[in-house]
Ligand binder design. Sequence first.
Ligand code: FAD
Ligand code: UDP
Length: 366
Amino acid sequence: MKYDYLIVGSGLFGATFANLAHNAGKKVLVIDKRPNVAGNIYTENIEGINVHKYGAHIFHTDYKDVWDYVNSFVEFNRYTNSPVARIGNEIYNMPFNMNTFSKIWNDVFTPEDALRHIEEEKKEITGEPTNLEEQAISLVGRTIYEKLIKGYTEKQWNRDCKDLPPFIIKRLPVRLIYDNNYFNDKYQGVPVGGYTKLVEAMLDGIEVKLNTDFFDNKEEYMNMADKVVYTGALDEYFDYKLGKLEYRSLKFDTKVFDKVNYQGNAVVNYTGHEVDYTRVIEHKHFEFDSTSPKTVVTFEYPSDYVEGMEKYYTVNDDKNNKLADEYRELSKSEDKVIFGGRLAEYKYYDMDDVIKSAMNVFKEEL
Ligand code: FAD
Ligand code: UDP
C-alpha cells in the first residue's frame, strides 16, 4: 500500500485526522472534490475581507484540548457572536436574554419580571414538549416564539414548527442576565486571517489533491491505502441503495457595497416572513475591520436541497434518522473505512465537536 490513510475530504474532520496521523509518522493522502481545502469553513478573500463562503462560522468550545489545538496553528481573535434579530422595523438582541425581554415586555426591569411573563405564557404547554413550537413556547413564551422564532425557523426548515424536533431550538441559550453572547462556551473567536489559513496550517507537509472526486475512481482509491477516512455523504458512499437521505441547502447572495459599514454587526437575523432570507452577514465585522473602504455582505436564503447544491444541514427527523441507522449498519461491514464528520455521520455537528470526534477516532486507531 502506498499510504497508511487516504482521507476523503479536507474539511475539519479530514484535516484533523490527517494532521494527527501525519504527526504520528503515518503516510497520508488527502483528496477533495472542491478546488480548495477547508470544506465548509473555507474563507475567500474579497476586497481584502475574509468572506465565509459556505456560511458564517464562529468557533466556540468548552474543550480546552480542542481550543489549544486550533490555537497551535493560528491566532484567534476575541470575536463574540452577538447577533441581532430584525422583524419588520423592530430590532432585538439575541440570544434570549434580559436585553431581549426588557424590549419585548415594557414592564420588565429585573429577572423576576421576565420570569413572570415567561411562566405565564408557557402555561399553555403541559408535559414534555414534543415538537419545536412547544419547546420554544416552554423556553421563552408565545410572544417571543411568534416574533423571533416561528418565521425564522419556518424559513430555515421549510416546515411548520409543529413538525420539527424540539432539539433544534434547545441549543439557543435563555439567560436572565444582560448578556448578548450567543454561546455559553468558555472559549470563542475567529481565526485572524480567516479559516482557510487554519486548515492550510493543519495540512502543512501533507499531500493534498484538489478537484478530485473519490467516486470517479473509488476502486483505485480504496486500494491505495490501508485505511480510508471518508467524510462525504453517507448515502452517497453506498450509491443510495437504501434510498436518499434528506438535506437542507442554502443560497448565498454576496454583494460588495461601496461603504465602510453596512449594518453595524456581523450577523443580523431576519425572523419574519417579510423577506425570504434568514441572515445577513457582514464579514468584515468578524475581524474588527473598521477601515476597509468597502464591505462584503451575504444574504442567506434557506433552500430545499436539489441535486448539484451543497448539503448544508442534515434533516434529523425520525424518518431520516431511521434510514441513516440502516446505512450505519451497512457501514459496519466496510472494515477498512472510517466514516467521520457531519455528512458521513449524518449529524448536526459544530466545529469543535467535529475536531473532538476526529481526535477520538484517531486515538482509537492508535
Ligand atoms: P465539511 O466541511 O463539509 O467537509 C467535507 C469535505 O469533503 C468537503 O470539503 C467536501 O468537498 C469533501 N467531499 C465530500 N464528498 C467528497 C468526494 N466524493 N470526494 C472528495 N471529496 C469529497 N459550526 C460551528 O462550530 N460554529 C458555527 O458558527 C457554524 N456555523 C455554521 C453555519 C452553516 C451555514 C453551516 C452549514 C454549518 C455551520 N457550522 C458551524 C458547522 C460546521 O460547518 C461543521 O461542523 C464542519 O464544517 C464540518 O466539518 P466536516 O469536515 O465534517 O465537513
Ligand atoms: N432560531 C430562531 N431564531 C433566530 C435564530 C435561530 O428561531 O433568530 C432557531 C432556528 O430554529 C434555528 C435554531 O434556532 O434552526 C438553531 O439556530 P442556530 O443559529 O444555532 O443554527 P445554525 O444555523 O447556526 O446551525
